[in-house]
Structures are given as C-alpha cells and as structure tokens.
Design a protein around this ligand. Structure first.
Ligand code: C2E
Ligand code: MG
Ligand code: MG
Length: 713
C-alpha cells in the first residue's frame, strides 16, 4: 500500500513537472484523441489559437485547420509520424505559420490512443523564404529581360545557369545542351567563343579577379555577332569563390558603327572607292612586298579630261552619276589585288601590285581606254568620257607611294599636253622638265621686280605704201642665268600661276608709254599688245587700259589689243562686256593667229574686230602651196566684205610679200622687214627705214629664226 502511494506521488510529481515543462516550453504541444478532439493544449498553443484549454477540451479540431485535421487522420491510419504546416490567426489577429510534427501514442497493446502534436512557429522563416523567393523572382526577371546574356559557371567551369536570351544567339535548345558542361566540352576548337571563355573563367577562378573578352561569332541564324563578355567572381559570405558570372553585352551595333566610321574614314563616300589615304597605305604595302619578293608596282594617275565641262553644264547630280560609273568601269578593268581609289574630284588612282613590266601595265591601260569607248548614259545624256593617264613604276621611278604619285602626276600632265585621252609613262626627262618648270615659276615671280622683263617691238608695214604704221609689242625675258627666254616658254607659266595679271598690266603700261614717246618724237605709230584670256577673266583689264592710256597720254586709237580666237570663243557675258567697254574707249581690236582656231564669222562681227592677223602657218608656204594661197585669199576677201583690215604675220621673203599685195592684204609683219627689236633699236630702225634706207636690223637682241610655236598642219 505504502509502495503504491509512493508510486502515485511520484507519478503526480512527474505529471506536474511535465505540465510545468509543457507550460513553459515556447513550442506548441497538443494532444488529440483518435477522433481528432483536443485532449490537451499547452499555454503556447492557447496563444496560437487564441483560445483557452478549458474552451477547447473535448471539441474537435475546427474544419478551418484542414492540414492538422487530415494529418491526425493520416497518423491514426498509418501509425507513422507526419509533419504539416498549418496557418493560424493569432490573438493579435496576425497570421501565424506553424510546422507541426504529429506522432501516434499507443497503449500497452500498441493500439493508437492519441496523437501528440509538437509545433513550432515558423512564421519568420516562412516570411523570409517568401521574401527570398520574391527577390529571386525579381532578379530572375531582371536577368532574363536584360539585353545582356547572363551565365553562371561553377568553380569547375561548368555552366550552371544561362539566361534564356542566350538561346537567341546560340539557337533554341542550346541552353539545355550546354548546361553542366564546360565551354571546351562544348567546342574545344572554337577560339572565338568557347576556348577563350574557358580560359577567362579559369583565370577568374585562379586569380579571383575580373576578366573581359571580346568575341566575334556567327549566330545560329548566320548573323555576325560581337559580344563583350565580362567574367566576374562570385563569393559566398565566407569569402569563398563559389561561381563565375559571365555577362555578355551585345556590341554588334557598336562594332558595326565602328566599322562604318572606319570605312568612312578610309573610303570616298560618293563612289565607295578607297580614298587617297587607303590607296597610299596599300601601295606602300605592295612596294614593301615587292622589295622582299621582287617584281614591280605600277601607280596610275587618272584624270578625266572633260569632267568639269560636264559638271558645269549638266549639273552635279549627273557629274556624280558619271563619277560612280567611271569608278565601276575602272574597277572592272583591274585584277582582284589591284586597288582603284578616288583621289578627289575627277582624279582616280590605280595601284597595280605584282606587275611584271611596263608592257603588262600598258595592257591594262589599253583595257581601260577600251572600257570607255562606249559612252556613259546618265539621265538620257550620252557622255563620252576621256581621260589622261600618267604611269609611274616601282622601282624604276620611285620607292614610295608619295614619290610614285608625284611621278605619275607629272606623267599625267604630260599625257594631257600630248593631246588628252592618252596615257604616258613617267620619264626622267619629265622630272627634269617639271623641276625646271618649278624653278622657272619662282624665277618669274621676281623677274618683273628685277627688271628682267622687257618689250621688243616688231614693225608692221602698210603693204601698199611700205610705210611703218605700228609695232607689235612682244615680251622678252632676259634671265640672268639662261639668257633670253622666248615668250612661249614662260607665258603659259605666267598664265597658270596668275602672274600674267601683274605682268600683263606692266606690258600695257609699258607699251602705251613707248607709243606715247614715239608720238612725242613725231612717229605716229600704233602699238599692238597681246592679251591673254586670263587677263580677261581675272584681271581688271578695262580699268588697266584706261589707267595706262591716262598715264601715258596716248590716244586710245593708237592702242591695239590682240586677242586670240580661243579667248573670244569663251564668249561669256563678262568677255563681251569688257570688249564693248574697250571699244567704247576707242581702243582697236585685232584677232591674232587667225585661221588656226575656229575662224567664226559670227564672232568677228559680234566683237567688232578691227583687224585680222593671218597666222604665219598660212603665209609660210603661200607661194608653193595652192591651198594655203586659196585660204589666205578667202580670208582677205571675207575680211574686206566685213570691213576688217588684214595683217599677214611671219612674212619672210619678197615673193610672199608680192603675192600678199596682189591678194589685197593690208599690212605686213615679218622678218622680211624686221624681227622684234629693243625699243632703242626700233627707233633707229624706223629712222633709217623712213629715210629710205631699207635695212635689216641686227638680230642680236632677238631670236628671229626660232619661233617655237608650232604651226598646225
Ligand atoms: P604672236 O602674237 O603671234 O606673235 C608673233 C610671233 O611671231 C612672235 O614670236 C614673232 O617674233 C614671230 N615672228 C614674227 N615675224 C616672224 C617671221 O617672219 N618668221 C617667224 N618664224 N616668226 C616671226 P614671239 O615673240 O616668240 O611670240 C610668240 C607668241 O608669244 C606670240 O605670238 C604671242 O602669242 C605670245 N606673246 C608674245 N608677247 C606676248 C605678250 O606680251 N603678252 C602675251 N599675252 N603673249 C605674248
Ligand atoms: Mg600677237
Ligand atoms: Mg600671231
């Protein structure tokens, strides 16, 4: 008995201890009977369900707590334990989440008599998990919608994540194929993408530092792709490198823009041909190659002969079309390795690497000319394209693009001089001519100031009376080193450099002064001055003439301006206006070298020309050549009907003089009477001639026998 009581006391004590434990434990302890009714809940669970033990004892678990309810049934049925998550509305009205582990309790016979539930408040963990999931979702959305491709590799280089955008370049299904593999397992050969990626990842793993590579590859749709891939190490909180993130940015557009800019900088925008910079580089490369391996390099300088006229008359749009067509035709004439470039304007350059000899170049050049036999049709206009081509060769003429270009340019000008639509190989002689040309040009600059220029005067004689009626002023250059230089050698230079403007002004002034001085000495002579087209176009000719007449006090009718046919053919409004103003001043006009140009009657009338100077070419053989005689006769007759006087130039012998007199020519100029003379000699010549002592002036001061201007025909 005593023994039993002791045991009961012990049991009670144990139960009290258990109660106290269950009451104090922060966990929820619940006991259900097998029908799911509450047998016991500890204070913690009272707080969870916001009900007291006394209220719930013997009542079933409410239907709202489905998870627990079902779990109790499951435990009773299976006899095993189970864990469920149950939501509760706590007494403060907030939602609580509990994880419950339910275990069966059996009697001595192993029969399940109750179910014990032990629950923990996991609200905070669940909230954290939810927040994490939310964050993860946000990151995923970000990553998956980023224009960049994102991939993650583990420390063994295996791909463990790839954003779906990667499939857009590598093709559908590619991510599934790549996951779990290292780049080199995918393609060990591909040094543009996989092998280099592998290397970069390995370096990041080894060094813990970022890496950046630029890769170019072709997408599965065959499009070129350029990516900048940044490989970034990812550490865990313990500072251990866990993975490598690869972020690939599509730089295809950037790259294309870059290439475009580079292309623009190196090509001509109109024709798409390489520009001078590119041609120079490629030529120098070809020369370097030839230096190592032998062989020649040719440089062709191509200049269109008539482009300016086409551009000016038909407009720039047609000019552009023409240039594009020319560039295409030129390209069609050369080999793959040759370079056709546009130098600017209507100039093209062709570099021909690896040519055997000049003959090979000549063959290409003639192919080019043949290519332009057919005119170019542009917007209904049929345009014949003519070009001059200058050719220089490495190693013969130069050893760099710069020097070859210079020589080819010189040769091109030679081709132009030789009559256009032709080609010319560079020769040393040309080089000498060019450098002479250049020194002469600089010499000419100071010639005027240095008093090296002077005028000589060639008398003009009345054919009938034999009296001297005037003189043509002819320019001479007494060069300190080279002696007397004929005008045809330096006047074109003066014209092209613009020096003819100040020189021409000086000539007019000088000639007027000279004529005035003759008049003062009782010699009533006219003076004829040659005028260049440039003076008409660029100089203030009318003003110059006015001033010269004023300054010298010479009457305008004693000044005669010799114009050439080509000058009046320009027939611009300015030319015509200037001519009219000059005529209004009272100045006389004569047409020089008549017969060699266009010989247009209409112009003679329009410009109210006073005199025709029949070119020396017709006069020279007039007594032997019936054709020449017929031409001269026709010119004289025509002039007479128009009321224009005629002058025969270059009369050298008596027979010619006689014939010209018979044909009715008015004035004679030529060596028969005298070459051009220094002013002082001219005065003496005039005195003796007028005194009835026909004489030949000394030719010391002049070069009568070598008139350099070639006669046509
Ligand atoms: P041009 O105006 O036709 O001048 C006539 C040329 O024929 C002169 O040559 C003269 O010396 C030459 N001549 C005259 N009679 C005979 C002859 O009987 N036989 C031969 N064989 N030749 C004769 P020059 O002085 O050498 O002048 C050549 C050209 O240079 C001139 O041809 C003219 O176009 C130009 N020129 C000369 N002086 C000037 C100038 O002051 N200004 C301009 N713009 N041009 C000038
Ligand atoms: Mg003349
Ligand atoms: Mg003449």
């Amino acid at each position: 008995m005593k023994h039993r009581k002791r045991r009961q006391d012990l049991l009670r004590q144990k139960e009290a201890e258990l109660h106290s434990l269950a009451a104090k434990i922060p966990g929820n302890i619940v006991r259900f009977d097998t029908a799911g009714r509450y047998l016991y809940i500890n204070p913690a669970h009272e707080r969870t369900i916001a009900q007291a033990f006394s209220e719930v004892i013997g009542t079933p678990v409410p239907d709202t707590r489905t998870e627990i309810k079902d779990a109790i049934a499951r435990v009773c049925e299976s006899g095993g334990l189970t864990t469920v998550r149950q939501n509760y509305v706590a007494d403060d009205g907030r939602m609580k989440v509990h994880d419950f582990t339910l275990v069966p309790e059996t009697d001595a016979h192993g029969k399940i008599v109750s179910v014990l539930g032990i629950g923990y408040d996991v609200t905070d963990i669940v909230r954290l998990q939810e927040a994490l999931a939310e964050k993860e979702k946000q990151f995923r959305t970000l990553v998956e919608n980023l224009p960049d491709n994102v991939a993650r590799h583990d420390t063994a280089c295996r791909l463990i994540y790839a954003s779906p955008s990667l499939e857009q370049v590598l093709g559908p299904g590619s991510i599934a194929r790549l996951l779990g593999k290292t780049p080199v397992e995918v393609d060990p050969e591909d040094i543009h993408l996989f092998a280099r990626s592998q290397q970069a990842i390995e370096e990041v793993i080894a060094t813990g530092e970022k890496r950046e590579i630029e890769v170019s590859y072709t997408s599965f749709t065959n499009e070129p792709f350029h990516h900048l891939i940044r490989f970034v190490p990812e550490y865990d909180t313990g500072g251990v490198l866990r993975s490598v993130l690869a972020i690939g940015t599509d730089i295809t557009r950037l790259k294309e823009a870059h290439l475009k800019i580079e292309h623009l900088a190196r090509h001509d925008s109109l024709t798409g041909l390489p520009n001078r910079l590119t041609v120079a580089e490629q030529t120098d490369r070809a020369i370097a190659f030839a230096q190592r391996h032998g062989g020649k390099v040719a440089l062709l300088f191509v200049d269109l002969d008539n482009f300016k006229a086409i551009n000016d008359t038909l407009g720039h749009a047609i000019g552009d079309m023409l240039l594009i067509e020319v560039s295409q035709r030129l390209k069609s004439c050369v080999r793959e390795i040759d370079v056709v470039g546009r130098q600017g304007g209507d100039e093209f350059v062709i570099a021909l690497p690896e040519v055997d000899d000049a003959d090979a170049v000549a063959a290409i050049v003639s192919r080019i000319f043949r290519q332009f036999d057919q005119p170019i049709i542009a917007e209904g206009h049929t345009l014949s394209v003519h070009m001059s081509i200058g050719i220089a060769l490495y190693p013969d003429d130069g050893d760099s693009c710069v020097s070859l270009m210079k020589m080819a340019d010189t040769a091109m000008y030679e081709a132009k001089r030789a009559g256009r639509n032709t080609s010319s190989f560079f020769s040393e002689q040309m080089n000498r001519a060019t450098s002479e040309h250049l020194t002469m040009q600089s010499d000419l600059k100071r010639a005027l100031a240095a008093n090296e220029l002077c005028l000589h005067y060639q008398p003009q004689v009345d054919a009938m009376t034999g009296a001297i009626t005037g003189a043509e002023a002819l320019l001479r250059w007494e060069h300190p080193g080279r002696g007397l230089i004929p005008p045809l050698q330096f006047i074109p230079l003066a014209e092209s450099s613009g020096l003819i403007i100040p020189i021409g002004k000086w000539i007019i002034e000088q000639a007027c002064r000279q004529a005035a001085s003759w008049h003062a000495r009782g010699m009533n002579l006219s003076v004829a001055v040659n005028i260049s087209a440039v003076q008409f176009k660029r100089g203030d000719l009318v003003e110059t003439v006015k001033q010269a007449l004023d300054a010298s006090d010479l009457q305008a009718r004693f000044l005669e301006l010799e114009l050439t046919e080509s000058l009046i053919m320009q027939d611009t409004d300015t030319t015509l206006d200037a001519v009219r103003e000059l005529k209004d001043l009272g100045v006389k006009l004569s047409l020089d070298d008549f017969g060699t140009g266009y010989s247009s009657l209409a112009y003679l009338k329009r410009f109210a020309v006073d005199k025709l100077k029949i070119d020396r070419c017709f006069i020279r053989d007039i007594t032997h050549d019936a054709d020449d005689a017929a031409i001269v006769q026709a010119i004289i007759q025509m002039a007479k009907t128009l009321g224009i006087a005629t002058v025969a130039e270059g009369v050298e012998d008596q027979k010619n003089l006689e014939l010209l007199k018979r044909l009715g020519c008015d004035f004679i100029q030529g060596f028969l009477f005298s070459p051009a003379l220094k002013a002082t000699d001219f005065g003496e010549f005039h005195r003796q001639y007028s005194a009835g002592q026909p004489c030949r002036a000394s030719s010391r001061a002049d070069f009568p026998s070598t008139n350099p201007r070639p006669c046509a025909g």
